[in-house]
Design a protein around this ligand. Sequence first.
Ligand code: DMJ
Length: 547
Amino acid sequence: INSSICSAGKYLKINISKQRIKSMFYHAYNSYLDNAFPYDELRPLTCDGQDTWGSFSLTLIDALDTLLVLGNRTEFERVASLLQDTVDFDIDVNASVFETNIRVVGGLLSAHLLAGRAGMELESGWPCSGPLLRMAEDAARKLLPAFQTPTGMPYGTVNLLHGVSPTETPVTCTAGVGTFILEFATLSRLTGDATFENVARRALRALWKTRSDIGLVGNHIDIVSKKWVAQDAGIGAGVDSYFEYLVKGAIMLQDEELLNMFLEYDRAIQNYTRFDDWYLWVHMHKGTVSMPVFQSLEAFWPGLQSLLGNLDSAVRTFQNYYSVWRQFGGLPEFYSIPQGYTVDKREGYPLRPELIESAMYLFRATGDHTYLQLGLDALESIERIAKTPCGYASVKDLRDHQLDNRMESFFLAETIKYLYLLFDPTHFLHGGGTEGDGSWEEGGEGGQCVLGAGGFIFNTEAHPLDPAALYCCSRHTQDRRELRDILINLSQHDRQSKQPTKETEGPAPESIALKPGEKKTPPPLSCPVQPFSARLSILGQVFSDNT
Ligand code: DMJ
């Protein structure tokens, strides 16, 4: 009896938490719509809006898939069509190539892939075509001029109308070079246009070649001369999502080249930067400690390590970071490890998701309730410190709880999404379920495309991407190419063997083969019904079966 009371109590607590997280989302989301839309972000202290990373209603794009995660199909559908009517990327705005990719391209791609599950009317050919996919492609095309450099490594900023400014600095952070493969490979494999994946790979390979003799990369690089301008090596700000994309790219694309790159980096990282399960900053050539600091952005690392099966060290590192959270009721941007305190001018907590993200992965991997406790702590802290009458504000200083007039779009895209998913371990986004529990769906015409069956890969802005859709659309493109080649060959062969004689001369019969470059409406999808999970294992078993 005691144990059933206990589990009933736990169940209730989890349900209450999910309700509270939903209320948190809607307080922020409705405030954005009421006070800030169509601006990029809500200003939660003055109850108005501002453009920050562009001028494309960024918060709404970033929050779109969270609506579906929370189960709100009707609002998801309304916003998906609102965005199609209102957002225009043909604008004279200098935008960050990195931020536009992870938030806008990533957000639209994931919404496109979830449109079926949302019950939206789908055009024939989905998930290999669709209006949100076209929007994502449109936004990504605006970023392509940044990759036209001698090295293939992109500039950090591009003007969406005019391309890269002639006065643009060639100095870019490492993450700004290596955080494209998830979105760009998704785009390429869904649309059949290889350009995106090619530029992302070229940038990754160029960056890989610049590593130091001891196997580390620095923080900022001149993308033209390939010289390292900031030589601090670590796993936090300026670098973080580069490593994340090598691992997740390897999983999503089943790509050994990316995995091997990461594993080589990981050896150097463990060797030179790890002390007592903290990760410090070191000089990329000498390996000597340059900054004994923990940065809040680094808190994604235990989650990433859990994807590789390195659970023990992930758990210990998480405990270190959680102790900082408990000390301040949030993660300060920088924390001096020897002093056990915040670092001057880096005392803020802009409601970042990383520690919650790691808690979600580690709870999935271990079932240990410590991670739910972090979730409860985060919920309490954010409600108590950051809530304002119209939203949630970034914390300027965790020591006195002063607030900043800013609510970053990642609060709705990531922080709340990961918090909710932490408390919902059977959510379809966790994958790995069985038939009939909503963990996978049929897609494509005639239901020949099995979607969601291999789990989802979250981009660095927490936008879930479905590897099965990539597989399905690549097969679809490949089948079309093969068919086209066969038909072209056949028709050529036919023409040669029937060289017109004087007697048989007349109009040539219409060939059904596509001419090179010609486009036709895609035929129904023809993906084999193959459980993708057979090829993609999750949580510590990745690549365990050598397939
Ligand atoms: C987000 O935009 C992404 O998670 C990015 O990788 C790092 N910064 C923020 C969240 O902290």
